[in-house]
Structure formats: structure tokens, C-alpha cells
Ligand binder design. Structure first.
Ligand code: BGC
Length: 819
């Protein structure tokens, strides 16, 4: 894998430019540079030839500085999907594409990757993190960071640290034992700092062991910078910086967003009052200037990557990653052959709301707006012979309204207090999410009084449609000439991003006719909130199709399934289930989807279930089905990748990066603090480490996933304690790819240590009958534990089993070594 380390000579040359630039700045300019000037940028300082630094989310695409679909972005599969490829090289290629997207949009720093761990399956941002295992997380994250930075764009590895759930995320004090911090939560950060040299880190909202992370001198200055040698910049999560001197002393370099922050003028005043020193400010400024030099926006400094890498085809890569991430957890033989791949020419009944309206990404700051989306219905229509595919909704899990999209043609009209039009903006869907710089031409925050989202809606179904409003403040909603709502919508919880994460409220239920367009208008009186430190206009027009009788929908799907040779049911979570901003309450599929699967499976023995969720859901009906394929949030090309895999053009390449099981059996689930505290009382036992200890068999174990061929593991040899060589043979009938997983287990059980841990992995490819051999390095850290008494790593001598296999539960060959 190509590294992104610059040569020492290059670094020294850049440092000299940084030193000179720093020396030319006065205290006010320096403190200004440490504070966001708006939602996404730092101020330019022309006196030293510094351009404005632009940051953007991350991690599945680069949204850019506008929260709209005006400037579309390639949408890759969710981070859980990327981790399911178990392929750091593919993660690196994803990073190269993201750097290309960032450059296209004038972005210098990508606010990604998210490398918090899957501690509880209820974590709302589970889809946005990689795995329950710190080693796999570190390897995928290393590939990703190397890729992005090899394109000359910085990363902020986030959220440092223990931001593993969303409930009370601004205030929760996560009580994490030091050993669990070191062995689990800090471990991927440490690995990425060591192996990928990230140019940035983002400190989390939460508190760890009594100190808020934007002020955590011990973890930031002593561990991250001191022990690990991190030399990049430290940016706060958005609004996470809480105090001026606390943050500075705690090692925070940049407080985002602006213009109102704890830095800037407040920091200059603190220095003048003797509460902080200019030397401390200089250290922070030096790190920001170093970043600016690396990304090429500081005059006189050569960027680390002078020329962008060769162009990447984003859609093709999104499709490749998607099919490599799909995890086939079950594939039963029906008649002569397994359910998948589909028999050529077989008729297929496709079922499910998400098969038509694809759910390609998880909600919150990870949202991007792709130029196109290939749904499963689109993908299979293109791939299957004409006349062989039917479609039925079956069940609609969208029990709540979603942002107006299909059938709407809208634009935004901005008016001043006299109702004079100031300007108009495009509104490709019903969501307005503007910050200062996004306002349409001619519109200023001072003059803006109302925004009208106005246009037409052409229903695709006849019946009672529901329209609703997401957002806070005064709204007027009219549909087809009737005003249905004209009042103030208030906050339901105290959250500065309340307008963004609150649920849409139904406000109108007109009866409409399929194909007949009606006028729609949602007007909003703009008030700029005091508790959000930037200019923001955010609200959405939401909509829900007529609700059909759920039993009738299921009956229709059953009929279709009966008439076809194979039924493919796509089940999904919704935006109200998996998102930033809140945690999940259960792992059930919303709505009547479980009933739907059972009914279809009873009608057709060749029922294949496609699970479209970013994180684990319960699959109570799995034994009744022929096959189950987990497709995560598969990104914009998900439907095309699904067709590739179902037809057998490609095999599904994914393996579970996290254990899947029912909530009732999951060993660690709690995400709700009590009195502001969330104890990580399970210590180092999360994920498979905890399932192992509990002795409970999950639905599908860590590492599990089937391909379309068979493998026989022939041998394992370990040289010393460092190098394992595994030989295996493709004993099936197709060429295939296998993820060889190595697990390390102390042979004498020790209640204080996990029974077994992932210690390495590699991917091999072989044709039918061919053998493949792979050599995997076992990291020293796999033999170490953190000793809380001495505050250091201890090499745990003794005898170990090294096993190679297809999952943590399916180990095929093993040997014993002395460490
Ligand atoms: C999220 C970050 C994100 C930031 C900017 C925060 O709410 O936690 O992950 O980068 O917003 O959108």
C-alpha cells in the first residue's frame, strides 16, 4: 500500500515556511485562525499567503460546503459495508476517490473516518463506524486515511474517543476503564496514527472519565501526541468546544464551527488577561499552518501531493465496493442447486418498499446527495431478461414521513419583510439546509424574512397523501389551494441541532389522484436561533404515500411470489431507525416486514431476503428462507451491485465485521446514561469477546460470510510468533475470493482475557481446484494486554492457539505456539 508519509526533507522545508508564517502573525490573527469563520471554513490570512481552509463531511462521500443536492457527490457504501470487505486496499481506493471528490469541491480536509467501535448494536451511528473489533477497524481506517491523503487531502480521524452511542452525546460521561480504553477504544486511533500518519483528529462531544474530550489533556497531549507522536491538528466536533482556556490546555487547536466560538477574540482576551500563554496559542497555530502547508494552501510551502492522482471512476468503484461488501449469511440448496446465484432465465418476484425507493445511506452529517441512485428494481430490471421480473411493495416500513422527493418539482423563493422577492434557489427535494454562504444569490441573512418551498406534486398513487413539516418555527403549509397549517412548530427536546434531528410532524392529509399534479407550498418565517453559532436555515417538506391496508399489501406480494420461480424480498430500516442524533430502541425491522417475509417464504420455497440496513437487525424468519444477503447501506450503485451478485456475475465478497444476534442475547447493549454517566462496566468484553464469554451463540458470528465456491483449508504454519502461512484450496466449481482470518487464543483460559481475538487476515483468490497460500504477519500487540498497575503494555508470555478459518466460529486449521 502506498504511504502518505512525506520525506523528512520535505517536512523540514514545510516546517521552515510554517515557522516564518507563524512569526509574522500577531495575537489577534493567530487566535482568529483557530476559530471557524462559518460552518465549514477557517479564515484566510492574506498577510502570510494563507488561503481559507475548507472542511467537509465524510465518510461515504464529500458533501462540500452546501447541504443541498445542487452539487452532487458520489455516495459510496456505508462504513459498515467498507469494513465488511475486510480489504484495506479497497478502503485505500475509496479514499483516493474521496480525495478526488474533495479536490473537485475545493475541500482540503475530509471529516472522516469514523472509527468508534460497535459497542452496542443500539448505537445510532453504528452504520457510520466499521466494526466491533479494534484491529479490523484500525486496518480499514489505515487504508482509508492513506487513500484520502495520497490525494493531497487531509483527514480527521473521529471521534476521539468513546463516542460509541448518541444518547445525550453532548454531555454523557463515559466511564471507561483504562485497560478497555487502551485495548479497544484507543487502539484503532493508535494504529492509524502509527500506520497512516493522519493530518487531523476530531475530538468528540462526550466526556471520558470526568473530562470532556475537547479538554482532555491526558488523552490528547500525553497519549495521542506524547506517546504516539501525532503531529496533526485537533479540531473539535461541531460545537463541542466548551471553554477557552480549558480547550487550549487540553490540546484543542481549532473550535468549529464559527463565527461564535470559545476561541477567536475570547482566546486573545484570555492571553491578555494572563489566563493562557501566547506560547500555547503558537503551538495550536503551528499545527494549523502545518496542515495548510500539507494541503497546499500556504504560500511558499510545497504540498505533500503536488499533482492529483489519476482519475477514478466513482460509479464503478461504488458498485465494486458494494458487491464486495454484501454478506451472504445463508444459502440453502433448493432442488439441485443453491438458492443463489439465481438460475439464468428464472422468473423473479421482487418485493419491498426499499426495492423501489432504495435506502442507500444513513442519516445525519454523513448524508451526501448523489446525482443518481440505482435501486434494486432499477438494477434487476436492467440485468434480467425482459418479462422475467415483477414488483410488489409488500410492506412499507416508512411509518413516518420522509423528505419530499418522488413526484415533487420544487424551488425556494426568498422574501424580505415586505414580501419582496430577494432571490430564488433550487430545491431538488423538500429539504432546505442553508448556512450563511449557501443562501441564494441576492439573499442576505439580515434581509431574509421568509423562505417558500413551492412547486408541484404529481402523485404516483391515488388516495390520502400525508404532508408534514420537519423543523422549528413558524410555517404555513398549503396543498392544492387549501391552507392546512399556519402556526408555530416547537422543539421537543433541548438540542442545538433539534431542527435537524427532530421528527417530521404530519400537518395535512388531502385526497389526491395519481397522475394529477397539485400546487404545494411550505412557507417558513426565518428566525436565526441564538444557541446555534452560525447562520442556518433548515426545514423540510415531508410526505408519505397513501397508506394501503397492510394485509392487502402482503397478500399482493404473496400472489406475485407464488407466480414466480424465485422471490426476492428487500427489507430495510428507515431514516428514523438509523441516524446520527439518537440511538435505536430495538433491532426489529420496522412495520410489517417480518410478517411479509414469513408470508412470502411460505408461498415460495426459493425466497431470497435482501437486508438493507447499516447495522444489525433481527432476522427471526431466517430458517424459513432459502437465502439471506446483507447489503448494508449500499451507496448509489447498490441496485446494480445487487444484480451483479444475485445473477452470479460476481460473488458476494463480504464477511461480518460485527456479530449479528438478537437484542435479547446481545451481551452489551446499554446506551442510556444514568445521572449523566454511562459505565463501560463490561471492560474489554464487547462484540465477539463478550459473546464468547457469555457462551451464547449469536445468529451469525463475527467474520461469517459465504461466497459461491467452497474452500478447504489444508495447513497452517507459524514461524516464531510473527508469521503465519495458511494454505487452502478452492474445492468448488467457480473461481472465488476468500478472506482468511487468523484468531489467537491463549491455550490456558484466563477469565480476565478474551478467549480469542482477531490477529490478522488476508484475502486470496483461486480458480476451481487451485491452491492459494497467504502469509500473514501477527502483530506484537495481539500478545499484549494493558496493565493498569504499571500503566504499560505487558507481553503475555505463554502458549497460544493460532487458528485460521472462515469466521471466529468456523476455524479450519490451527497450531500451537509458545510466545
Ligand atoms: C458530527 C461529526 C461531523 C460534524 C460536522 C457533528 O454533529 O458528530 O461527525 O463531522 O457534525 O457535520
Amino acid at each position: 500500500m502506498a504511504g502518505t508519509h512525506a520525506t523528512p526533507a520535505d517536512e523540514a522545508a514545510r516546517e521552515a515556511v510554517v515557522d516564518a508564517a507563524l512569526a509574522a502573525l500577531d495575537l489577534d490573527a493567530k487566535t482568529r485562525l483557530l476559530a471557524g469563520q462559518d460552518l465549514w471554513t477557517l479564515p484566510a490570512l492574506p498577510e502570510i499567503g494563507l488561503r481559507s481552509l475548507v472542511m467537509s463531511d465524510g465518510p461515504i462521500g464529500v458533501r462540500g460546503v452546501r447541504w443541498t443536492a445542487d452539487d452532487p457527490s458520489v455516495a459510496l457504501p456505508s462504513p459498515t459495508a467498507l469494513a465488511a470487505t475486510w480489504d484495506p486496499e479497497l478502503a485505500r481506493r475509496a479514499g483516493v476517490l474521496l480525495a478526488q471528490e474533495a479536490r473537485r469541491k475545493g475541500v482540503h480536509v475530509l471529516l472522516a473516518p469514523t472509527i468508534n467501535l460497535h459497542r452496542s448494536p443500539l448505537g445510532g451511528r453504528h452504520f457510520e463506524a466499521y466494526s466491533e473489533d479494534p484491529y479490523l477497524t484500525g486496518e480499514i481506517g489505515t487504508g482509508y486515511v492513506r487513500g484520502v491523503q495520497s490525494g493531497g487531502v487531509g483527514t480527521t480521524v473521529k471521534h476521539f474517543v468513546a463516542n460509541d452511542a448518541e444518547t445525550d452525546r453532548f454531555t454523557v460521561d463515559n466511564l471507561v476503564p483504562e485497560r478497555a480504553l487502551r485495548e479497544l477504544y484507543l487502539a484503532p486511533f493508535e494504529a492509524i496514527v502509527e500506520n497512516a500518519h493522519p493530518w487531523g483528529i476530531m475530538t468528540a462531544y462526550n466526556t471520558v472519565n470526568g473530562t470532556t474530550m475537547t479538554e482532555h489533556h491526558h488523552l490528547v497531549n500525553e497519549v495521542l501526541r506524547g506517546e504516539w507522536g501525532f503531529d496533526g491538528f485537533n479540531v473539535s466536533d461541531w460545537t463541542a468546544a466548551r471553554s477557552t482556556t480549558g480547550a487550549l490546555t487540553g490540546g484543542l487547536d481549532v473550535a468549529m464551527p464559527g463565527p461564535v466560538t470559545v476561541y477567536g477574540e475570547a482566546l486573545a482576551a484570555a492571553v491578555r488577561a494572563g489566563e493562557a500563554t501566547e506560547a500555547q496559542v503558537d503551538e495550536a497555530v503551528r499545527r494549523v499552518l502545518r496542515l495548510a502547508a500539507r494541503v497546499g494552501i500556504l504560500e511558499g510551502a510545497d504540498p505533500v501531493v503536488p499533482e492529483p492522482p489519476a482519475p477514478v471512476d466513482g460509479a464503478a468503484l461504488a458498485r465494486e465496493i458494494a458487491r464486495r461488501s454484501f454478506v451472504l449469511v445463508r444459502n440453502e440448496t433448493r432442488g439441485e442447486r443453491p438458492a443463489l446465484p439465481l438460475e439464468p432465465g428464472a422468473t423473479v418476484a421482487l418485493v419491498g418498499a426499499a426495492a423501489r425507493d432504495a435506502r442507500i445511506l444513513g442519516g445525519g452529517s454523513a448524508t451526501v446527495f448523489p446525482a443518481r441512485v440505482v435501486s434494486p428494481l432499477d438494477g434487476l430490471t436492467a440485468a434480467l431478461p425482459e418479462g422475467s421480473l415483477t414488483y410488489a411493495v409488500g410492506a412499507d416500513p416508512n411509518e413516518e414521513l420522509a423528505v419530499a422527493d418522488q413526484g415533487f418539482v420544487l424551488r425556494a423563493v426568498c422574501r424580505d419583510a415586505d414580501a419582496t422577492v430577494l432571490g430564488t434557489g433550487s430545491a431538488p427535494n423538500g429539504q432546505i439546509q442553508w448556512t450563511g454562504s449557501d443562501l441564494p444569490d441576492g439573499v442576505t441573512p439580515e434581509a431574509l424574512r421568509t423562505v417558500e418551498l413551492t412547486g408541484t406534486f404529481t402523485p404516483r398513487e391515488t388516495g390520502t397523501h400525508t404532508f408534514g413539516i420537519k423543523g422549528l418555527g413558524a410555517f404555513t403549509l398549503s396543498v392544492d389551494g387549501t391552507t392546512h397549517f399556519d402556526a408555530v412548530q416547537a422543539a421537543d427536546k433541548d438540542d442545538p441541532f433539534g431542527a435537524f434531528f427532530s421528527a417530521p410532524v404530519p400537518r395535512a392529509q388531502p385526497d389526491l389522484t395519481a397522475g394529477t399534479p397539485v400546487e404545494v407550498c411550505l412557507a417558513h418565517v426565518v428566525t436565526l436561533p441564538d444557541d446555534v453559532p452560525f447562520t442556518a436555515v433548515g426545514f423540510s417538506l415531508c410526505h408519505q404515500e397513501p397508506r394501503r391496508d397492510p394485509d392487502e399489501l402482503i397478500a399482493e406480494a404473496v400472489e406475485a411470489a407464488r407466480a414466480a420461480e424465485t422471490a426476492v424480498v428487500v427489507v430495510a430500516t428507515t431514516e428514523r431507525v438509523e441516524s446520527e442524533g439518537f440511538d435505536r430502541v430495538d433491532l426489529r425491522l420496522p412495520g410489517r416486514q417480518d410478517d411479509l417475509v414469513r408470508a412470502v417464504a411460505a408461498a415460495n420455497p426459493r425466497t431470497v431476503v435482501v437486508v438493507n440496513s447499516g447495522s444489525p437487525v433481527e432476522l427471526p424468519w431466517r430458517e424459513e428462507t432459502a437465502a439471506v444477503l446483507l447489503t448494508w447501506f449500499p451507496g448509489q450503485e447498490g441496485g446494480a451491485a445487487l444484480a451483479d451478485v444475485l445473477t452470479g456475475a460476481h460473488e458476494p465478497g463480504g464477511r461480518l465485521p460485527t456479530t449479528w444476534g438478537p437484542l435479547a442475547d446481545a451481551p452489551v447493549t446499554r446506551v442510556t446514561p444514568a445521572d449523566g454517566e454511562l459505565p463501560y462496566g463490561e471492560g474489554v468484553f464487547i462484540g465477539y469477546r463478550a459473546w464468547d464469554r457469555a457462551g451464547t451463540t449469536p445468529t451469525y458470528p463475527f467474520g461469517h460470510g459465504l461466497g459461491y465456491t467452497d474452500w478447504t483449508y489444508e495447513s497452517i504454519e507459524v514461524t516464531g510468533t510473527t508469521t503465519a502461512t495458511v494454505r487452502l484450496r478452492n474445492t468448488g466449481t467457480r473461481p472465488g475470493r476468500e478472506v482468511v482470518q487468523l484468531y489467537l487464543a491463549p491455550t490456558t483460559p484466563d477469565a480476565d482475557r478474551p478467549a480469542r481475538r482477531l490477529a490478522g487476515f488476508a484475502t486470496v483468490e483461486a480458480a476451481p481446484g487451485e491452491t492459494a497460500e497467504t502469509t500473514v504477519e501477527l502483530p506484537r500487540r495481539a500478545f499484549e494486554t494493558w496493565d493498569e498497575a504499571t500503566n504499560s503494555w505487558t507481553y503475555a508470555k505463554g502458549s497460544y492457539e493460532v487458528a485460521a478459518g472462515r469466521s471466529i466460529a468456523d476455524r479450519r486449521v490451527s497450531t500451537t505456539i509458545e510466545a
